[in-house]
Design a protein around this ligand. Structure first.
Ligand code: FE2
Length: 200
């Protein structure tokens, strides 16, 4: 896959253009604050953007998603529990086809109920669930969900998977899940009790 990571807006948001190399069919992960950078990148790559995907409902990720989808002739995609207005509702395990490539939706509630990650077999786009060196904010009542999403779902992916987060909060813009596991303090807990103790 071709992956372009673009930094947009004042809150260090990352948005992504992910394109199948052969067909150039593509999807956009979040839209952030402005449509220009993604639209220019899509034009440079000759990408045919099919989907504009919301990783979750928060304003800094989806404020321009409808506009972007309209400009590019794409469909807005969001989780079935999401309040985001969309054309396509997806659930855990839904596959989005880009040419002969497939991108799988992984439901990772915790930061929000509608949080999803996207996994293409080599890369995972983690929205506000997992950042380089830290994790997304969550209500303590949702700690169990966040723990399961991180430890049972994301950490279940292969260690060489490249993690692409929804914000530029780390020392580097992306790195592998294996590197993340070895250095992100929120991923190094022995069990749920240990995870909870980080927030007490
Ligand atoms: Fe968020």
């Amino acid at each position: 896959m071709i992956v372009r990571q673009l930094s947009v807006g004042a809150m260090a948001n990352f948005v992504y253009l992910v394109a199948d190399e052969e067909s150039r069919e593509a999807l956009v992960v979040d839209s952030g604050w402005e449509t220009g950078p993604v639209e220019r990148t899509a034009a440079e790559l000759g990408a045919k953007v099919k989907y504009a995907v919301a990783t979750h409902e928060h304003f800094d990720h989806v404020s321009t998603l409808e506009e972007l989808a309209k400009d590019l002739g794409a469909e807005v995609v969001a989780h079935e529990k999401s309040p985001v207005r969309c054309d396509v509702r997806v659930a855990d395990g839904t596959e989005l086809a880009l040419g002969r490539s497939k991108v799988r939706v992984i439901h990772t509630p915790g930061h929000t109920e509608d949080s999803i990650c996207l996994y293409d077999g080599s890369e995972v786009f983690t929205g506000d669930t997992l950042f380089v060196g830290t994790i997304g904010r969550f209500d303590l009542a949702k700690a169990g969900e966040m723990y399961r999403s991180l430890y049972e779902v994301i950490l279940g992916l292969p260690a060489p998977t490249e993690v692409y987060p929804g914000h530029d909060y780390g020392g580097v813009p992306h790195r592998t899940l294996g590197e993340e596991k070895g250095s992100n303090p929120y991923l190094g807990c022995k069990d749920f009790k240990g995870f909870l103790s980080l927030f007490s």
